[in-house]
Ligand binder design. Sequence first.
Ligand SMILES: [Zn+2]
Length: 374
Amino acid sequence: MSANSTCSRTKMAEHVSEFHVECKDEESVRGWVSSEDGLRQVLEMHSIDTGCQFVSWHDNKNRKILPQNTGGRILWKHKDIPIHGYPFTIGRHIIRQCQYGKAHKRGQSKEKTLPDVHNYAKGQRFSLQPTRKIGCSAQIIIKYVFVHSEEQYCAQGIPEASRKRQEILRKISSRMQQDSNYRGEERIYVSLPLSAAHQHEISLESSLGNRINERIRKKNYEIVNSGITNVTIVKKILKSFVEAEFTNKEIRPSLFDRAFYPLSKDIKNHIHKAIASGKLSELDQENLRAKVDEWKKEEDCCRHFYFRPATEETEDTAGENFLFIHQEDWQRRLMKMYGNAVSLLDATYRTTKYNLPFFMVVVKMIHCLVLNNI
Ligand SMILES: [Zn+2]
């Protein structure tokens, strides 16, 4: 596997043109990108290539904005950042750990200190399934770096700990104090683990348990918001989206990778979540009330509504059943013209999914029957 995967990973690095590879060894590829979009592409390609997923382990978001705000020192060298000759400041620092990495053991130290007075079970969640964590140490390390890359700050050939280097650092410090917008050159350094860095086998089968990719999840929401909720159709659209966005001649996601080719069950769950997120309330009648208010505010509203929500029976009041009546202007006109002779009340066969009867008032016109109001 190693020969093929090394070859493939070289292609992965080459594929993202923005990714400047600085060094490569058996266990990792290191390099930098200059934008968030480049970072997203590199992480996506790495995920497609390895079929591995990583979870957030550490992130100090607040240190990203300016080098002045990082509180960090200006450095000449760092083990993870191969910059030579130019000083730099490290900002935000993100660590993402392999999904089979260390298990979180929150609150354990606190429990140990408490005397075990009671014998009853502690209030911990009981898990039927064993954890998937096996302590894999593979990590993606992302560091936001501000490089002071102007020619005047270059110290190539100047010995370490010399006065000239200290002078350069003083210049940068005073500049950062005077110019509150000074940033330097922003680079995002990424260290990506290769298969040798994992302490478990990486196979096609292992990607069967992956969670859905974030961009595909958002696309699913977009499709649902456009009114399509049929699982088969959504699955086809997502498949063509993956082929357009994540596939090229060199690299394509494995058909077994559930992150890119989710199962019908996954799509169904996400459609349900997307529908639920678009609602104002968990209660359908509250959503309808909001919708009726919205319709009434429309300028050219030619509709009439009667809305009575269902209420529960209390000591003082009898509970009400749900009632919603909708009538258009043209229906009202025909009702006045023809409704005095014969009107029919037509109910649907069986009930709707809400277990509520659904009636239509039908009036006899000169030529035909017309559904009058609903
Ligand atoms: Zn791993």
